[in-house]
Each structure stands twice: as C-alpha cells, then as structure tokens.
Write a protein that binds this ligand. Structure first.
Ligand SMILES: [Zn+2]
Length: 119
C-alpha cells in the first residue's frame, strides 16, 4: 500500500514524462546527411519536429544535394549571362554546351582549391 501517487508516476503514457524529462536540455535534434554531385556529405541538423526536406543546398559547393547517396541531383546549368555568343553556342550542339559547363566547373574547382567557400 505504498501510496497510489508513486505507482501512477512514470507509468502514464502520453501526458508527458518523456517530454517533461527533457526540460532544460537542448531541444532534441535529428541529423540528416545530404549528398551532392561533388560527393560531399553534409550533415544538417534539424529539430526533431522539423519536416526533413528531400533536397538541400550543399553548404560546401552550393549544388543541390539529396538524401540518396547513390543518386545525387545533377548540377544545374551554370548560366551567368547569356551573351549572343552563348546563344549561338547553345544552339549548335550538346557537345559545346557540355564544354561550357565543363569550363564553369573548372572555374568552380579552381576557386575551391584556393580555399574560397561558395555558399
Ligand atoms: Zn557539394
């Protein structure tokens, strides 16, 4: 017959011993890993109640990153400005378009090598 009070305490579900126990601590977090086309693994921390987005901009290179390591989103086309020449090139062939993209990627890599972080 040790008082009913003790028996009830801790056996209740729902009305919150779980939640209340964490009072005073940092809000619970969840860590999510995103993968970009550059094979960066970015750990993003969300509050547990947050909805996890399917994609996130890679904090290291700015490309879109997804939750699927095997299948990161492709880098978007980089088109700073469209000059007349760019228009002409664009209309010529995919091969040339790829060349333009490669150039842009090389610039990006060179910048990263120099330690510049692009957000
Ligand atoms: Zn990245």
């Amino acid at each position: 017959m040790a008082g009913g009070g003790n028996a009830i305490r801790g056996s209740r579900v729902g009305a919150g011993p779980m939640g209340e126990a964490e009072r005073g601590e940092a809000a619970p977090r969840q860590r999510v890993v995103y993968f970009c086309a550059h094979e960066h693994e970015s750990v993003i921390t969300f509050a547990v109640e947050a909805t996890i987005p399917e994609s996130w901009d890679c904090p290291r290179c700015g490309l879109p990153a997804s939750l699927d390591a095997e299948n990161p989103p492709p880098p978007p086309k980089i088109e700073p400005y469209k000059t007349h020449l760019a228009y002409v090139k664009e209309r010529r062939s995919d091969a040339e378009a790829k060349e333009i993209l490669d150039e842009a990627l090389q610039t990006l890599r060179a910048k990263r090598k120099s330690g510049e972080i692009i957000f």
